[in-house]
Design a protein around this ligand. Structure first.
Ligand code: CTP
Length: 398
């Protein structure tokens, strides 16, 4: 996907600059070429020699470097790339970008470029949260600048919070997303995944055993075909895929609100194992043992998200896909479920223990639509996801 792509990589001055070296290596592994630019501050963290040795190309450092101006002027340099990536993007560099300053090579290139720009911010948590930085981010987003990260975590300065630069593999995924030209490019698809947790009190909840593996694989496969994926996930055990818009939720009610907020969409795939019931009045205090006996939990029915979206009078996604995990009479149950829910397709599978599917890496599914039922051979969950994504692509592009 990145083969032949030309990336102009601006390395700002921050401790995360060392990760830019790994980023260069990974981009080259994927077939991209990297033209590196190092700011003065960046040079304090990584040496021009290591950057140019890894990139296999000269490092651009100086706005008034006569040799590089003679070989390639900075205007041309700024426009020769398919994508400009700023990693790490410091608070100072983003402030310059937001203001349109051009007083060194990096800021001049960023002002002169007409190619898309992706920034990977990295800074101390207080600097990130400062209203000035947040204002600048809003300005940059309004200008069409793309962001990846920052992540939350421990920092080199010893503090904790948002501000850590995204990892090189996440930046590569964000770069790949920029170039994605699959059959689903331009299509927006909502995917739900994972279990839901229904609170009993602030420390206890009711859950189910869904790992989120199949939903995650579907989201990844759709994104690899170029879709813009909104991935709404309950507390899953597998990590969400890279390059999708992740919306973490806990309960079914939160999942429903997130789905409503994510619409309109061209398609929606409901792979989540949503709890059918929640505790009617979850306590806002921890329940205590009592001499009066055991607590009684009363349940209320959760909204059926798939059914609600399938029956939307307006703004229903063009294609709505549900999943059905059954333990017996799979075909009959799933066929009835498709009609009951009002969705277009049901991906049905037999999760009775003998199949080893629940919690395993393989799946054997039947795709049920108004045209009938189609058995797919047993295959890996990733392969099921890719096949389903290709089907969705042909349905949406017919
Ligand atoms: N689903 C949903 N919201 C719910 C329950 C289920 O969106 N409250 C979706 C699931 O994501 C899945 C489909 O509905 O795509 C079927 O889920 P399943 O648990 O198999 O069906 P149920 O409606 O719970 O039916 P039953 O318990 O009778 O099998």
């Amino acid at each position: 996907m990145l083969a032949g792509k030309h990336i102009l990589l601006i390395i700002g001055g921050g401790i995360a600059a060392y990760k830019a070296l790994e980023l260069i290596r990974r981009l080259q592994e994927k077939g991209a070429s990297v033209a590196p630019v190092l700011t003065r501050a960046g040079e304090e963290f990584v040496t021009p020699l290591s950057v140019s040795a890894l990139a296999g190309a000269p490092v651009h450092r100086d706005l008034f470097d006569l040799t590089s101006e003679a070989e390639m002027g900075h205007i041309q340099l700024s426009r020769s790339a398919d994508l400009v990536v700023v990693a790490p993007a410091t608070a100072d560099l983003m402030a310059k970008m937001a203001q349109g300053l051009a007083n060194d090579l990096a800021s001049t290139l960023l002002l002169a470029t007409d190619t898309p720009v992706l920034v990977a911010p990295a800074m101390n948590v207080r600097m990130w949260k400062h209203p000035a930085t947040q204002r600048n981010i809003e300005v940059l987003k309004g200008d069409g600048i793309y962001f990846v990260g920052p992540n939350e975590g421990g920092m080199a300065c010893g503090e904790f919070g948002p501000g850590r630069m995204a990892e090189p593999e996440e930046i590569v995924a964000a770069i790949a997303a920029q170039f994605r030209q699959g059959p689903l490019s331009g299509k927006r698809i909502v995917v739900t995944s994972g279990p839901t947790h229904e609170p009993i009190d602030p420390v206890r909840y009711i859950a189910n055993r869904s790992s989120g593996a199949q939903g995650t694989a579907v989201a990844r496969a759709l994104s690899e075909l170029g879709a813009e994926v909104v991935f709404i996930t309950g507390p899953a055990t597998v990590r969400p895929p890279k390059g999708v818009d992740v919306v973490p939720v806990e309960s079914a009610l939160e999942m429903q609100a997130a789905v409503e907020a994510a619409l309109p969409a061209d398609a929606a795939v409901f792979a989540a194992a949503v709890a059918d019931w929640r505790v009617a009045s979850a306590s806002d205090r921890k329940l205590k043992k009592s001499k009066d006996g055991l607590p009684t939990l009363e349940f209320a029915e959760n909204p059926d998200i798939l059914k609600t979206v399938s029956h939307m009078p307006q703004g229903r996604p063009g294609l709505v896909v549900g999943f059905a995990a059954e333990t017996n009479d799979v075909l009959d149950n799933a066929t009835a479920k498709r009609l009951r829910k009002g969705c277009d397709w049901i991906v049905a599978n037999d999760v009775s223990p003998a199949t080893g599917i629940m919690g395993g890496s393989e799946n054997a599914v039947t795709l049920i639509s108004e045209d009938g039922a189609e058995d797919w051979p047993r295959m890996g969950k990733d392969e099921v996801a890719r096949k389903l994504a290709r089907r969705i692509a042909s349905a949406l592009t017919d």
